[in-house]
Design a protein around this ligand. Sequence first.
Ligand code: NAD
Ligand code: WQD
Length: 332
Amino acid sequence: MAETVLVTGGAGYIGSHTALALLEAGHDVVVVDNYVNAKPGALADVEDVTGRSITVVDGDARDRKLVEHTMRENGVTAVIHMAALKAVGESVEMPIEYYGNNLESAISTLDAMRAAGVWKFVFSSSATVYGDPESCPIPETASIGATNPYGMTKQMIEVILEDVAASDERWTITSLRYFNPIGAHESGRISEAPIGKPNNLMPMVMDVATGRRDKVMVFGNDWPTVDGTGVRDYIHVMDLVEGHVAALEAMSAQSGYEVYNLGQGRGTSVLELIKAVEDVTGLSIAYEITDRRAGDIAECVADPTRANTELGWKTRRSTADGCRDSWNSQNT
Ligand code: NAD
Ligand code: WQD
């Protein structure tokens, strides 16, 4: 069934790719974004690439009336809630802003949905809810315990969602725990363009590859990993957003609350990622080993079996594909 999907935070990195995947799968897309971390016009390229139009509302997901009105006006049938602040370090310095924005936008959107009679909700959660995992790969049944305010907003919203789903059988709610998204749409037209200094590894490596920055600071080479640098599960953003389409489409046969990991199930170290970028670009990426970053963990790799079997979804792109597409999106 074709849905009309409201994507809150849909002008951001993952949101714009989600809009693209939804349109390509035959769904309609409405976006509410306040541009706190996106540039106006970010979705024009998605419209160009798909030849489809998106209804874009410049507004705040915490504005309950606006969100309710937007849903009624456009016949929205499902919501993918991505609007959030997402920088871990900043969340330690600004917990009030993080809890305020992330919790209020989720609760307010749910309230607006109930008022408008929209009951399908997909939530952008994060592997960060696992904190420092006991072992890898991590299944959804692993214990959770976020170690920073940003992660705690995701954990708290997951708890709220479980309670909301249990409160009224009309709700169908899915939390998707993303591992580390990289890459861009194969067209190279849509990119990850964080405002200000990047926090994540791939945008940092891209800054060095393009000459915007001299070198990558590698946060420690004394971790208990393959080469001493941190290991993560880098998932291509197109695989990630296809996971959202699969989760949405599975909702017709679902009831209540579900949680899925979205990851490749394969770990890559910082040095391996830098090498992979060197291989696809032919460039040499300068780096320097520095101290560990506060709050970092050695390894974080998904067990994506539940999403594979229950959603019929699998990653189709490699880490090298993600490096190539991150690079291609820099050049256009
Ligand atoms: P992003 O910052 O590019 O996108 C988030 C978007 O939400 C931005 O366009 C921002 O302007 C918007 N926004 C924030 N607060 C808003 C509000 N109150 N009302 C309306 N719009 C608002 O980040 P992203 O990487 O695309 O992440 C999307 C979602 O996925 C977020 O919820 C994030 O926490 C989650 N997530 C991201 C990662 C990652 O590594 N990128 C990993 C796990 C989970
Ligand atoms: C990856 C690896 C770093 C930058 C964060 C959030 C998580 C999720 C994804 C939203 C680590 C190393 C990094 C650099 C480095 N976001 N690194 N030099 O920390 O796994 O996850 O983003 O939900 O919640 O915590 O991602 O890309 O920051 O780091 O050496 O300049 O790269 O130490 O090993 P992380 P990351």
